[in-house]
Ligand binder design. Structure first.
Ligand SMILES: Cc1cc2nc3c(=O)[nH]c(=O)nc-3n(C[C@H](O)[C@H](O)[C@H](O)COP(=O)(O)O)c2cc1C
Length: 303
């Protein structure tokens, strides 16, 4: 079973993906990219589609509710970058996205979802995946999955929660297993896999891959752990050092410092003193120099 890094808005940047490949990920997904913003030539959005040379198999994920806009956005990006594949987001629960009849709103409109798949399919032969939810307010995954397959997608990713469930509770992995039993295209499960025991639920199923989202936060090495490979503390320190240094030195200083604090907090999860560390790192009273020196002390790294 291949292990995938899930698309996570503002998180699965090219730098984070490179770390996840180093940590054992087989395939990575970009954060979602607004098709509309790409067609309006928004510079920041277009930068989200950048891919590092060392990235082996990265899918770029697009969201939008209009087939022509999606098609145009994918065409614009493919003139600039060469991803391994393209993904269509039919799962985002965020109000701003749903208001555009995109993301999880498409779960209530399989025909429109199919039109989007067909439109994107018409402009690329690259592997094309679609990431769905269980439904919007009520389950509609069977209709959506069949439409996606009929319109030419190569792979289906299932995050089996309703939109109304947002990220609450535990996702219903039986939905992914059910779909994997009936679909012709490969089915990937996304939701609540963090430990080898979580993976065991899928061992005897037809699921072809597992996506890890929140389990990779503060642990880009989670893929190696899930594969049964030992990851030394030295290796972990090396990876987090690279990550911290990147955010402390990027051009967009404000964004870099925010992301440094967020990732430092995630890396502290489960370590002794992590709640005090988190309070300190997010306190408005903690300036960046203090945050940096306390992070060096806490993790024993050199920044
Ligand atoms: C902070 C955050 C950002 C997310 N951003 C996206 C996104 O851009 N595109 C997408 O398809 N799913 C997104 N998701 C959903 C995840 O890809 C994944 O399906 C979900 O978190 C369940 O997997 P997990 O339990 O492994 O995190 C996001 C989830 C979180 C928590």
């Amino acid at each position: 079973m291949d292990l995938y890094l899930a698309p996570l808005a503002e998180i699965t940047s090219k730098e984070f993906r490179v770390l996840c490949y180093q940590g054992g990920a087989d395939i990575c997904y970009s954060e979602m990219i607004s098709a509309k913003a790409v067609t309006l030539k928004n510079r920041k959005t277009i930068l989200l589609a950048q891919i590092e040379e060392s990235e082996q198999k990265t899918y770029l994920q697009f969201f939008g509710g209009d087939p022509d806009t999606m098609k145009e956005a994918v065409t614009i990006i493919l003139e600039k970058v060469k991803p391994y594949g393209i993904d269509i987001n039919a799962g985002c629960p965020v109000r701003k996205v749903v208001a555009q009849k995109a993301g999880s709103a498409l779960m209530d409109d399989p025909v429109q979802l199919g039109k989007i798949v067909k439109a994107v399919r018409s402009v690329t032969d690259l592997p094309l995946s679609v990431k769905i939810r269980k439904g919007f307010k009520t389950p509609n995954y069977l209709n959506c999955a069949m439409e996606v397959q009929d319109m030419g997608a190569d792979m289906l990713i299932v995050h089996p929660r309703l939109r109304t469930e947002m990220f609450m509770g535990v996702s219903d992995h039986t939905v992914s297993i059910e779909l994997a039993n009936i679909m012709k295209i490969p089915v990937i499960h996304s939701g609540d896999v963090k430990t080898p025991a979580d993976l065991d639920k899928f061992r005897d199923s037809n699921i072809k891959g597992i996506m890890i989202g929140r389990g990779a936060l503060g642990a880009p090495w989670v893929f190696d752990v899930l594969k049964g490979n030992k990851v030394s503390d030295e290796r972990k320190k090396q990876m987090m050092t690279e990550h911290f240094r990147y955010y402390l030195n990027i051009k967009d200083v404000k964004f870099g410092h925010t992301m440094f604090r967020r990732h430092a907090s995630w890396y502290s999860t489960g370590l002794r003193g992590s709640s005090e560390f988190r309070n300190m790192i997010f306190s408005p009273k903690t300036d960046i120099e203090t945050a940096k020196s306390r992070t060096m002390e806490f993790f024993g790294v050199d920044l």
